[in-house]
Design a protein around this ligand. Sequence first.
Ligand code: NAI
Length: 453
Amino acid sequence: MADRYLSFTGTAPGRFLSRRLGLPQPAALRRWSPQRPSLDGALLRLTAGKSELDPGLASVLSRTGLEVAEAVPAAPAGALGVAAVVLDASGVRDVDGLGEVHAALHPVVRSVAASGRVVVLGAPLDAGDHHQAAAQQALEGFTRSLGKEIGRGRTVNLVRLTDASAAESTLRFLLSPRSAYVSGQVIHLGADAPTVPTAPTVPTAPGDWGRPLAGRTALVTGGARGIGEAVAETLARDGAHVVVLDVPAAEADARRVAERLGGTALPLDITAADAGERIAAALPDGLDVLIHNAGITRDRRLVNMPAERWGSVLEVNLASVLRTTDALLASGALRRGGRIVATASIAGLAGNAGQTNYGASKAGVAGMVRALAPRALAEHGVTVNAVAPGFIETKMTAAVPLFIREAGRRMNSLAQGGLPVDVAETTAWLAHPASGAVNGQVVRVCGQSLLGA
Ligand code: NAI
């Protein structure tokens, strides 16, 4: 469903009128395309406190495809301006260090181009004493506040890390058009998990950054339409053989998607008690990427909600996710080096009237991810993360009544809904063979929605 307001404010009279009336000013977001795969302009690298991340950080940034500068490049050499700023604040240990954060960003924030990126790098919160913890936690409030005020389609995110070399896939994602609808997020990176080749023919990551999933098999539940279809498309773009799983009633659509992407359709109701075993049987060579995307809503306030509505939502959105994950890990069908990406929702983080069932199921997904991640990595070499979409333009949200739809679209820092591809790009980053250090994260793809934690 087209966002007419966004189109209108993209015109000169629309811009004029919306500004005069103090209405939201959504900017057309710059997204990935084969013709324009990276941002245009320089990457400004700044430091507050004594950097803990060099020399690894310098070498990772030099591979982003952006020209790294230490000061705003003067025109005409820097005619394109600043595409992104990376502020290394990992060495900020006290309130004076926070002063350096201000001193570094205050003069340059205006120079960041539309749809540009600000990425703040921080240390783990448990790294030092309470002064350091205070200063490092302060970076979260800073990041989220800047995200809310920066405007023009620009995003601001915080990454906590100790080893820059484990952050390459994450920084490449955040510093590219692929992360257009991800803002106000705090991402914790662990130590880099070794990337295990899944078969003798599969190179160890990162290998080819253009087709990182080449030789790998990815299964997307609910892949016949909507967000799942976009995820299947994006993983196929990244080289994966995709298996499009959907209910038997959607078999024709699943086949259409699979054929277009050179993949395979798998008609199966994911709530079947033996769904995990049937997936394993359909994929005798195993799989590398498991995307739990299938989901349903059956909204009613709790007072009017029959057990059957409660049960069906919990069954599709949570119980089947737990069951198939357990079965595919236990059987070894999900190979070492594998990735699980589940789908939560900001409704599960913030709560939503009429969605006690849905909110419970999606919060449950986040709980599963956090608890399973360390164990799955240690025991199976598999990472487990979740995406939590906000308002995404799909058939599901097109059916939402107009007023609520408009509120959902505008109540975020980017003042617009996201597209299925935004969730898909985030999923692809989490599924990346080089994302072994990203584990147990619930990453919101919500344009920094006002709803949720
Ligand atoms: P959709 O309704 O367009 O697509 C869901 C797909 O899952 C359909 O193809 C459906 O047939 C399939 N499916 C449902 N039950 C199934 C089952 N038992 N077995 C196998 N497949 C099944 O939904 P949409 O909007 O693409 O959402 C995808 C995911 O993203 C869901 O988990 C949803 O809860 C979540 N989400 C969506 C948001 C949005 O704004 N659209 C916001 C937050 C989360």
